[in-house]
Design a protein around this ligand. Structure first.
Ligand code: F6P
Length: 255
């Protein structure tokens, strides 16, 4: 579109594609750090990208966060996806219910006229409790669905902010940051080279599984998040990065 052209966003998108090897990079004008409504533009963009390839029968796994919460909101009500299953990619985080993965999964399914399955596993359980909860047949079934996901749509956050949002102990936060963590996604913390430096105990999709997923869509923006986005892209290059102008401009500056 015209605004896109004027701002040179095509050029920036191509640079990011080349640098990280993502198939598609979509940039919405603006910066979500200074204007919250830019998140809803990213949500719409992610929703229409999903529609461009979604097949009836696909399993779609989603994570939480304020950016991801805009994805179902950006999806019109559709028909023909009754055999799609939407599922939370990871256990709950004790965050506000509106931005939890389970809520987003249910809302997205509702828009698509699809089915959804909820994952009731809290984060940061002790190993024994985790073992026992994940061997429950109903939970096991959802976990196996997640492992077979065809599509994953997820957020990326800044390490320190996410560690705090999750209520990790101050000593653990210190340790994570000392290890050089700058990014968080799926409960994994990454350093600026894209190495995993810390993992929270949670059930569900592991970042290792991403390479077997047909389409991975990363949705994250805001200039402040650029180092985090960069770190994640170094770990795994998604099929598509949906971001905003603030983050995208910073991303190419960091190179
Ligand atoms: O907590 C779920 C999650 O997707 C994290 O993995 C990610 O770091 C964060 O949300 C992003 O949240 P926001 O979009 O609110 O910055």
């Amino acid at each position: 579109n015209f605004v896109y052209f004027l701002k040179g966003l095509n050029f920036i998108a191509d640079r990011i594609k080349e640098k990280f090897g993502c198939e598609d990079v979509l940039i919405t004008p603006g910066d979500s750090d200074v204007d919250e409504t830019v998140k809803s533009l990213m949500g719409k963009e992610a929703a229409s990208y999903l529609r461009s390839f979604l097949k009836n029968g696909d399993i779609v796994a989603v994570t939480g966060g304020t950016t991801m919460a805009q994805v179902p909101k950006g999806m019109p009500r559709l028909e023909g996806y009754e055999d799609v299953v939407v599922v939370a990619a990871r256990g709950g985080l004790g965050e506000k219910v509106e931005i939890q993965a389970n809520t987003i999964a249910a809302e997205l399914a509702e828009r698509l006229g699809a089915r959804y399955r909820l994952l009731y596993v809290p984060d940061n359980l002790g190993p024994e409790a985790m073992e026992s909860i994940t061997s429950e047949p109903r939970i096991k079934e959802v976990l196996s669905l997640i492992k077979r996901a065809d599509v994953v749509i997820h957020g990326i956050g800044r390490a320190e902010e996410m560690a705090r949002r999750r209520g990790l102990d101050e000593s653990v936060i210190k340790k994570i940051l000392k290890n050089g963590a700058v990014a968080e996604a799926f409960g994994y913390y990454f350093d600026s080279e894209g190495r995993v430096v810390f993992t929270t105990t949670s059930a569900g999709l592991s970042v290792n599984d991403l390479k077997n997923v047909r389409k991975v869509i990363s949705v994250a923006g805001g200039a402040k998040k650029a180092p985090a986005i960069r770190a994640f892209l170094k770990y795994h290059c998604p099929t598509a990065l949906i971001t905003d102008e603030g983050a995208a401009r910073k991303l190419i500056e960091l190179e």
